[in-house]
Design a protein around this ligand. Sequence first.
Ligand code: R7I
Ligand code: MG
Length: 345
Amino acid sequence: MKEHFVGMLLGTMVGDAIGLPVEGWDCVRMAEQLDRFPLLPRGEQELATAVLGLITGGKVAAGEARYSDDTQMAIGVAQILVEEGEIVPETLAQRFATNFQPWRGYGPGAYGVLDALKQGRPWDEPARQVFGGRGSYGNGAAMRVAPIGAFFWDSEVATIREQARLSSLPTHTHPHGIEGAVVIALAVAGVLRQVAEGADELDVAQLLGFIRSGTHDEIFLKKLAEVEGFLAAEPEPCVVAARLGTDLTATLSVPAALFAFLSRWDSLPDCILYAVRLGGDADTIAAMAGALAGAFHRSAAIPENWLAALENGPQGRDFVRTLAEGLYERWEAAPPRRLEVVGAE
Ligand code: R7I
Ligand code: MG
């Protein structure tokens, strides 16, 4: 199970880093550009080399693939779980502010919230005030939530929901921003439940059923039905992208990440590369899909050259591995399933 925790966090990081150079490219442009890129041989395995090559001058130099806010905030979530054994939103907000590196490519709303937190504003004010007081429905809470799905994998569904909700509050208070985090946390937990039962193959229907059982929002339930329909008769990637959505909002990116994993769960590289190929918010969709594939397959499924390419300075690749191991050790020492659910939804 430890290596599955490591796979979850390194899967987030590697998906984020591979998608980052092409963040914002739409699906059609992605296909055109990537197919034209001189380094690109045929075969999806090589696509990552090409994408990484875009930022490393044509070759994948060790340690040059940067991660973005997705990984940085997932690090913050994991750190708080290791330290506190549960999400304490005020402490998490402080950690996000301490870890904040403005150049990591934060979403516009989140950037302002973190800047305000850094300046010492009360932890729960800036997030409530963004977007005209409605709070953000961006995918920023979903992109960083995977460590919660791992840490609470054998907890009650209500606990997973509540911990995901609490982890959203420092930046995302809109119900859709929160529900996106709930859905990804449930998905990671559902994957690890199957792993714990010794599954070699993912039971896709069971996982979808588990996610559904804890999803309360109508839009997400509708999207889950759409994902299920696409699994039966898979359209072209750009049709999937157009129908499910690939933008910076939770409702229009979480379903695409789920589809990438559910349709390509048997290969971590294929899953991540397909998520990138969908275009749009490629780093974030690939980070979420990568977390799921990594949780299922363990970190050993990540190609060596992808791992080697990841930045390895402070809070880089080695740090992330050690942090994920620490998360597992904390889970093992004091399993969180004894936590009571505090507060109603
Ligand atoms: O959700 P958030 O942290 O963004 C994460 C994304 C990831 O792709 C990262 O990699 C990074 O690139 O950004 O940041 P927010 O700014 O809170 O939300 C993202 C976007 O969703 C916003 O910039 C808006 O375009 C949109 N959005 C909203 N638009 C109108 N009204 C989110 N909430 C609202 C809203 O209430
Ligand atoms: Mg992004």
